[in-house]
Design a protein around this ligand. Structure first.
Ligand code: KIV
Length: 264
């Protein structure tokens, strides 16, 4: 299969074909997502919550993100791999943003994602100057939970909706190649998607976005500490795994395992 590129994503948008995206953080998971033919694998800073068991994404570090991104890139043949820039890896200065984004590219990512709209336009411009491709992310931005007081749907009223629409245009103008829309009303997802030329990837932004992204642990039933309304679970791997583990324990305890096939 050919590698997914920015050009192939834009083509999908222009032809009205939906773009698929999922997160992955490790080799076997990335290999499965790639084999399934998903367009984009985001090595999300959600790793902090669904893998490390943290309350939120804020403590996730650059070193951790690079560790996971390198592994995911190694497992991936066709999907586009994007590294999610963690809290404080791009905000403090343009030179830090370039250096850190560049490290994602050096471990095998094709681009990076940063959270923010108008407040990160200067960063998007700077990164694209260095040929680092940027996916922007507006709406619910988990790195700003303390500003918003939690994960609250954004753009519900006219004023905040038009601000988000303006921000979408601003990040496109700054050079972002695509845009995540998280936790906004479906109508707003529709009008932003119609107003920008770059592909929009929704997560809780309704069905009219050019594509959809979810966290892999959510769709496979591997994370159940909390479940946002926008999540749909397609399998229950946790239940299947606990059953398998219990079966193994029973067989060890009753002496069925190892049998003659597993013995030398
Ligand atoms: O960190 C993440 O996984 C994300 C996506 C869910 C958009 O930002």
């Amino acid at each position: 299969m050919k590698k997914v590129t920015i050009q192939s994503l834009v083509k999908k948008k222009s032809e009205g074909q939906k773009i698929t995206a999922l997160t992955a953080y490790d080799y076997p998971t990335a290999a499965m997502v790639d084999e399934a033919g998903v367009d984009i694998i985001l090595v999300g800073d959600s790793v902090g919550v669904v893998v490390q068991g943290l309350e939120n994404t804020l403590p996730v570090t650059m070193d951790e993100m690079l560790y996971h991104t390198r592994i995911v890139a190694r497992a991936t043949e066709s999907s586009m791999v994007l590294g999610d820039m963690p809290f404080l890896s791009y905000q403090p200065s343009l030179s830090e943003a370039v250096a850190n984004a560049g490290r994602f590219i050096q471990v095998g990512a094709q681009g990076v994602k940063i959270e923010g709209g108008g407040n990160v336009v200067h960063i998007i411009k700077e990164l694209t100057k260095y040929d680092i491709q940027v996916m922007a992310h507006i709406g619910i931005t988990p790195q700003s939970i303390h500003r918003y007081g939690g994960y609250k749907v954004q753009g519900r009223d006219k004023e905040t909706a038009s601000k988000l629409l303006e921000e979408a245009k601003m990040v496109e103008e700054a050079g972002a190649f695509s845009l995540v829309l998280e936790g906004i009303p479906a109508d707003l997802g529709k009008s932003i998607t119609a107003s920008v030329g770059i592909p929009t990837i929704g997560i809780g932004a309704g069905p009219h976005c050019d594509g959809q992204i979810l966290v892999i642990h959510d769709i496979l039933g591997l994370f159940d500490r909390f479940t946002p309304k926008f999540v749909k679970q397609y399998a229950n791997i946790k239940e299947t795994s606990v059953d398998a583990i219990k079966k193994y324990m029973t067989e060890v305890e009753d002496g069925t395992f190892p049998g003659t096939e597993q013995s030398y």
